[in-house]
Design a protein around this ligand. Structure first.
Ligand code: LFR
Length: 561
């Protein structure tokens, strides 16, 4: 039996709905829908267009459903951002983008009340100005807010009527106690955030709930299918009452009705822990849904389960790192951001880790993602936007021919965080650091990629030293794994081979966790990774060049260690 699973994977520059076909020895991903995402500035505030994201999610799910029965749906997205609901379950305003300037100066203000050491001891989180805690301190609508839902949880709530907080993403808020894996009420109190805002936590693999009937209808899963329409989601003004009352109770009724197959969900909350082996919470199986056409089966088909995955996109990507058993690996999840680090069994909360600003984010199966955010391809994306070109392939070819170690920047300099004229900011950085500015666009691209490779080198070296681990290979996953020049520079800079791929790592991690929850024999991360490795082509980059050149370049940008 092949499971057919929909992964909704929302990135900062595009959203995707993919269909994953999973069976023993099989892991195939097909993109059914891709759409633009990005900040929307209104009167100086950067927002996410959340209804656009929801509508496009429905369009994607409708396309997925048109191709055959869906056995599960999982949602992942970037971290830290949230929507606030009022006491009727209505969304209060558009979620604000983490690159918005409302958090300027907030971190320093909070650190005057709570010493950075105290914050780190509890949360183990890197200091980023946009962490949810700082956004909430800057929040204008707290007095009207009843509940906070992180972006994937908000979409899951609109699909199912069931609120909650998936743990890997909750771990990025800086309100989560990484030692006990619960919300830190003490921290929330200290910064004046009502703990009642923070929803019940759920782990990857848990059933969130079946699709609300009207959502199932909207995506064409109805006894008399109607074309996919795009009405307002529940929780917006027009349908709020329904969402808060009738619809929610319907979900509970549906979940109860399916109780026979979900005892373990109630007990352990873990779908795949169902001792009966049914493992099919409130849902159909492909065989029943496809084979017969009776009314009961039609009813089942509507109750597609939405399953919690590693809803932080980086957590899902790390699931799909195609590491071999026993390999000493580091990873770089490469997209708008580059998340560079290690997977560890436990958080590292030492003073050394704090000073180096390493984060201990929650991974699937209780692992720790010990990593740092490197500014990533964002700087390049913004350059292309400002230049008004999408001719990246040509630019990369030219950049490969540019001389090495011309102009170098620190990509993590705060000037590169907000959207804007990156070529001009690079020129200003050069002026500030006594360098000639890049003479051509190709030189600018070379500067960005070489500087990223330097930042990876520095980050992975500290990760290795602080965690006391060896690194024999760097897995580059995500969209950036297609950037051959960046992969080669990364291998050269880090002095170990790079294995590049898969590109759609977060969607793969998303479907793998769903598949296990629905009973697929993927007992642990090792089994999931073996399946990725067996089904995806990876590209190997051997390190070239002279390490001494990278040493010299590093001390030019960052000074001596
Ligand atoms: C990557 C990512 C990072 C997070 C940043 C902001 O997409 O999720 O892990 O730090 O976006 O949310």
């Amino acid at each position: 039996m092949t499971l057919r699973l929909a992964a909704v994977d929302l990135g900062a520059s595009s959203g995707r709905v993919m269909v994953g076909d999973v069976a023993p020895g099989k892991l195939e991903l097909t993109e059914v829908h891709r759409f633009w995402n990005g900040p929307v500035e209104i009167q100086g505030t950067l927002h996410w267009d959340i209804l656009h994201l929801y509508r496009e999610t429905l369009v994607g799910l409708a396309k997925a459903a048109a191709g055959g029965p869906i056995d599960g749906i999982g949602i992942d997205s970037w971290a830290v951002d949230y929507g606030l609901l009022d006491s009727d379950g209505r969304l209060i305003g558009n979620p604000i983008h983490y690159r918005d300037s409302r958090t300027d100066g907030v971190m320093d203000k909070v650190l005057r009340t709570i010493p950075a050491e105290d914050l780190y001891a509890v949360t183990g989180l890197q200091q980023l100005p946009f962490n949810t805690i700082y956004q909430l301190v800057a929040e204008q609508s707290l007095d009207r807010a009843h509940q906070l839902l992180l972006i994937p949880d908000l979409l899951a709530y609109w699909l199912t009527g069931n609120p909650g907080a998936e743990a890997t993403n909750a771990s990025t808020t800086q309100l989560y106690d990484v030692r006990t894996r619960t919300w830190s009420a003490a921290l929330a109190d200290r910064v004046g955030i009502p703990t009642t805002l923070l929803p019940t936590l759920r782990e990857p693999g848990h059933l969130i709930g079946p699709l609300l009937p009207e959502v199932a209808e909207q995506i064409g899963l109805a006894p008399n299918p109607t074309p996919a329409t795009t009405t307002e989601p529940p929780g917006t003004a027009a349908t709020a009452d329904a969402a808060a009352t009738a619809d929610t109770s319907h979900v509970h009724a549906a979940a109860d009705a399916a109780g026979a197959s979900t005892p373990a969900i109630a007990d352990s909350g873990h779908v795949h822990a169902d001792a009966t082996g049914a493992g099919t919470p409130a849902t159909s199986t492909p065989s029943t849904a496809a084979a017969t056409g009776g009314a009961a089966v039609e009813g089942d088909r509507l109750r597609v389960p939405v399953i919690a995955v590693g809803s932080h996109d980086t957590a899902s990507s790390v699931v799909a790192v195609p590491a071999a058993d026993g390999e000493n690996f580091a990873y770089i999840s490469s997209g708008t951001w580059s998340l560079a680090g290690l997977e560890l069994p436990e958080p590292v909360l030492t003073e050394e880790a704090r000073r180096a600003n390493f984060t201990n984010e929650g991974g699937v199966d209780g692992r720790t993602r010990f990593l740092k955010n490197v500014m990533g391809l964002w700087i390049l994306q913004e350059c292309l936007r400002i230049w008004g070109t999408d001719e990246l392939v040509e630019l990369l070819e030219q950049a490969a021919d540019e001389p090495a170690f011309g102009v170098l920047i620190d990509p993590d300099d705060p000037v590169f965080l907000a959207p804007g004229n990156m070529p001009a900011r690079i020129d200003e950085f050069c002026a500030r650091t006594g360098q000639e500015k890049p003479a051509t666009r190709a030189a600018t691209v070379r500067c960005i990629l070489e500087s990223l490779a330097l930042a990876y080198r520095r980050t992975l070296r500290s990760a290795r030293e602080i965690a006391g681990r060896e690194i024999d290979v760097v897995h580059v996953i995500g969209g950036g794994s297609q950037n051959e020049l960046l992969c080669q520079l990364t291998a050269d800079a880090c002095g170990v081979p790079v294995l590049a791929g898969p590109v759609e790592a977060s969607a793969l991690g998303n479907v793998l966790v769903q598949a296990r929850a629905l009973g697929e024999p993927l007992p642990d991360l090792g089994a999931m990774r073996a399946l990725v490795r067996a089904t995806h082509r990876l590209r190997r980059y051997a390190p070239q060049g002279r390490p001494a050149d990278w040493d010299a370049a590093e001390s030019r940008v960052f000074g001596t260690r």
